[in-house]
Design a protein around this ligand. Structure first.
Ligand code: PLP
Length: 508
């Protein structure tokens, strides 16, 4: 049952990996669709007809049958992230090397909390963190840690900012004493387009969502520095305590990048912590053509970068970086069984002191193997390709009468909507268009033609293509665009007929 020094276990492992690969290729990689189209009930039924934990294994050690069965029930109905028409979220296809490295990560099961559970792993993660601090120009005192992704990294940024503020303003140690009385006056500022995890972090930190102030954005969905400054002045005049600004480098819907240099100047002037959420846009640093868009990121006090987005890593893989490593002191804990203080005196590195997780995956390994195998230039070219595909797709949409492009793409997302040519009598035009856009998205998915995302802009339902997949080309998005229009026309007729039918039945 365990891979060990015994030749039998090694043969069994090789056999298992062979079958795993075969089923994966058959049920997932070879799929001609981005989704099978199965409805939730169909998938649930297939899964529910067996006990989750049988008393004895059904397949009696027959690995092939087990994997084929589960492959058909689960892999076959998965989002095929490698398919060019799987374009909903910031959900990347993993590089083959990253996916393969997961086998090493799983089999070696290193845990990144302490040196005695991940010796080389600890040092490799530190190497990668050092490289990342350099990539983002965070200076020689910078440090960081791998995280489960943007949610955890954003929480860490705000947590460290809050603790630092309470300590420097009142000599108050939040870790030991809990929130100070003035916590209800503490405020975080971010743009209207910032990710919801800013509010979620504030809520988790006991400050409540009320502590998050949204700052207006410009016509490209970027935070307005002058609006930020105005709001800071108002808050301070009102006796409130702004302690952190969260800038976004790559907003989820539009890929917009806040003006980092200007925001850094405001943060410095008012003595406020600047956290940059570069979960999405962080990958731009790998591109020769687009890295300039991140100008100013090195002035951040802390930042988020996700590798399971534009670095094409298997989920989960992210990092939190901080400009002054001393800031980690405010969350450090020493447990006698895990990372006693004497370890530090002896120079033994235990990464748990920088992390919110205790047991933690060795995610750094897959990023390292991918960087070593493909090299920086390949990553940069993938970023460039996705940005170019988004621009080309936006141009296609702009040309179509039946579609409205909501904004020019900033990175690799394209937000648009279907504009119906007509509207049934007695139906409000906006509602008609919302209903159709929702229905188009569902129909494209249930037919297995494309997986698109949806969002709302100015209260109106829109469709979103997130073109993070470097395999997606203009020829693929052109097909999706055509399908959206054709499906919109068909659905308009179907929905209008069902309205008439309902009206006849109710006598209205
Ligand atoms: C801008 C931004 N920040 C943070 C997050 C959260 O990241 P994760 O899903 O890795 O926790 C996302 C997710 O899409 C995001 O787009």
């Amino acid at each position: 049952m365990f891979l060990s020094e015994s030749p039998q276990s090694q043969d069994a492992y090789r056999g298992l990996m062979g079958v795993l690969s075969d089923v994966l290729i058959k049920e997932f990689a070879s799929s001609s669709k981005p989704y099978s189209g199965a409805e939730p009930q169909q998938v649930a039924e297939a899964l529910q007809h067996r006990p989750v934990c049988p008393e004895l294994p059904e397949e009696e050690g027959d690995v092939q049958s087990l994997l084929e069965r589960v492959g058909a029930e689960v892999l076959r109905h998965s989002a095929v992230v490698t398919h060019p028409a799987c374009a909903a979220h910031l959900h990347c296809p993993p590089l083959m090397m990253s996916a393969a490295a997961e086998a090493w990560i799983g089999a070696t099961n290193q845990s990144m909390d302490s040196w005695d559970q991940s010796m080389a792993g600890t040092l490799l993660e530190e190497e990668l963190i050092g490289w990342l601090c350099g990539l983002y120009n965070l200076g020689s005192s910078a440090d960081g840690v791998f995280t489960s992704g943007g949610t955890q990294s954003n929480l860490m940024g705000l947590l460290l900012a809050r603790n630092h503020y309470a300590w420097s303003k009142w000599g108050w140690n939040v870790q030991k004493r809990g929130l100070p009385a003035a916590a209800c006056r503490m405020r975080v500022l971010c743009s209207e387009a910032a990710h919801f995890t800013v509010k979620q972090s504030a809520a988790l930190m006991g400050l409540g969502e009320q502590s998050v102030i949204s700052i207006e954005t410009d016509d490209r969905n970027r935070m307005r520095p002058e609006a930020l400054e105005r709001r800071l002045i108002e808050l301070e005049e009102g006796g409130l305590l702004p302690f952190a600004i969260v800038a976004t480098a790559g907003t989820t819907d539009f890929g917009s990048i806040d003006p980092l240099e200007e925001l850094a100047a405001v943060a410095e002037q008012y003595g406020i912590w600047l956290h940059v959420d570069a979960a999405y846009g962080g990958a731009l640093a790998m591109s020769d053509r687009h890295s300039g868009l991140l100008q100013g990121i090195g002035q951040a006090d802390s930042m988020t970068v996700d590798f399971h987005k534009g670095f094409y890593q298997a989920i989960s893989c992210g990092a939190f970086l901080v400009r002054d490593k001393a800031r980690f002191q405010s969350i450090r804990l020493n447990a006698d069984y895990l990372n006693p203080e004497e370890d530090e005196d002896e120079g033994v590195p235990n990464l748990v002191i920088k992390s919110l997780s205790t047991t933690r995956r060795f995610d750094a390994l897959k990023l390292y193997l991918s960087l070593q195998h493909y090299g920086r230039r390949a990553f940069g070219e993938m970023v460039d390709h996705t940005v170019a595909t988004a621009r080309a797709t936006a141009a296609l949409i702009r040309e179509e009468n039946g579609l409205e492009l909501i904004a020019e793409p900033e990175l690799s997302t394209v937000v648009f909507r279907y504009v119906p040519a007509w509207c049934p009598a007695d139906v409000e035009e906006g509602e008609w268009s919302d209903e159709l856009n929702n229905a188009i998205r569902s129909r494209l998915m249930s037919k297995g033609w494309a997986v698109l995302a949806r969002t709302s802009v100015n209260g109106r339902r829109c469709l979103k293509l997130t073109l993070l997949n470097p395999r997606t080309e203009k020829k693929h998005t052109a097909i999706i665009v055509r399908k959206v229009i054709e499906t919109g026309e068909i659905l308009a007729r179907e929905l209008a007929a069902s309205i008439v039918h309902k009206g006849e039945k109710t006598g209205c």
